[in-house]
Design a protein around this ligand. Structure first.
Ligand SMILES: NC(=O)c1ccc[n+]([C@@H]2O[C@H](COP(=O)([O-])OP(=O)(O)OC[C@H]3O[C@@H](n4cnc5c(N)ncnc54)[C@H](OP(=O)(O)O)[C@@H]3O)[C@@H](O)[C@H]2O)c1
Length: 320
């Protein structure tokens, strides 16, 4: 495994981070038991992954808690989150602290390394910073939280509007941002400031569903070409990203997607979500490969650098 420093937190973290949410939720959504899912978490840890991301809505905090029983607590960096608003209801500071306490109980630990406000839409940002961050800092004083952060919501926020503000505020030690081969906005919107301010970055959506679904990529290209947003040749083939797969390049489009995210300057941890042991091993192996050849990276920037909002589906938007 390769390790890096998560911004000013100083935490040493694996460049491959295990995401226990997304579509897979460690396999809980596709029939794995909590014990089987926990074994997958332990396998990731045995392969050197020490960053684990969870959240109450994923239903995986108990799974992570089971896995934590078999490793020394300090060997793993655990991140979890709290909702800010759900179904129109704003969560009070007291409710967020209650959520933290419940997470600690499910995780079986007395502290969370990184506690983040979850999927903060642009119109939630002022409330998150002004009403909730002070409550989190008070919990930090008590030792229940080591560092605080927030995650954007790429499903509705295609232009990093929340993070464009958050990275200047000095409050957040860590941010989670959507970034992938066809959604590259964070390069200009987020990473220059996180690097300057030494804010740790966690990447979501590196693969999500689009790059794991070849017919979906081809469909997406046809739609974009019709709108004049990508070159026609990308719509005239069933394998538009096939140019990335060659002897000196990527092993597959998924391999390319994880490697692409990992080597973007400013990226600390690339999260991957899976409920499948073979995918887990393949994704860790991909993240340890060298960068994609420079001509391939340059081509991805030239072809897709101007796009926003591609493949940022939520759970309901899943096409397979
Ligand atoms: N706003 C937020 O805070 C937020 C939002 C989204 C995600 N997240 C976090 O980010 C993590 C990563 O989520 P993501 O959805 O962006 O994950 P991802 O790694 O980009 O995509 C995961 C999807 O790709 C599939 N996949 C993964 N590896 C594969 C492989 N080698 N071959 C074929 N298919 C593969 C998975 O299915 P299989 O199960 O079949 O492998 C799953 O459907 C989440 O777990 C969560 O912790 C946070």
């Amino acid at each position: 495994m390769h390790y890096t420093t998560l911004g000013r937190t100083g935490l040493r973290v694996s460049v491959a981070g295990l995401g226990t949410g997304g579509f897979s939720r460690m396999g809980l959504k596709t029939g794995l038991s909590e014990d089987e899912a926990a074994r997958l978490v332990v396998e990731a840890i045995e392969l050197g992954v020490n960053f684990i991301d969870t959240a109450p809505p994923y239903g995986t905090e108990g799974v992570v808690g089971r896995a934590l029983k078999s490793v020394p607590r300090e060997a793993v960096v655990v991140a979890t989150k709290s909702t800010v608003r759900r179904n129109g209801e704003w969560w009070t500071p007291a409710r967020v602290v209650e959520s933290l306490d419940n997470s600690l109980r499910l995780l079986g630990t007395d502290y969370v390394d990184v506690f983040m406000l979850h999927a903060v839409d642009p119109d939630m940002y002022d409330y998150a910073r002004d009403a909730l961050a002070p409550a989190l800092l008070a919990e930090k004083q008590k030792g229940k939280i080591r560092h605080i952060g927030l995650t954007e919501n790429p499903i509705v926020d295609h232009t990093n509007a929340t993070l464009k503000r958050a990275v200047h505020d000095g409050v957040w030690d860590v941010v989670m941002v959507g970034f992938h081969m066809m959604h590259q906005g964070a390069r200009a919107n987020v990473f220059p400031v996180t690097r300057r301010n030494r804010i740790g970055t966690l990447i979501m959506f590196a693969v999500r569903s689009i790059f794991a679904d070849p017919p979906r990529i081809a469909r997406e290209m046809r739609g974009l070409a019709q709108k004049g947003l990508v070159a026609q040749w990308l719509a005239d083939t069933d394998d538009p990203l096939g140019f990335l797969v060659h002897e000196a390049g990527a092993l597959s489009v998924i391999d390319a997607a994880y490697r692409y995210a990992r080597y973007e300057p400013g990226v600390d941890v690339v999260l991957f979500g899976t409920g499948n042991a073979a995918h887990l091993r393949a994704n860790i192996a991909a993240l340890l490969q060298p960068p994609l050849p420079e001509p391939d990276r340059a081509k991805l920037a030239a072809l897709f650098g101007h796009l926003t909002g591609i493949g940022l589906d939520g759970h309901e938007g899943r096409t397979r």
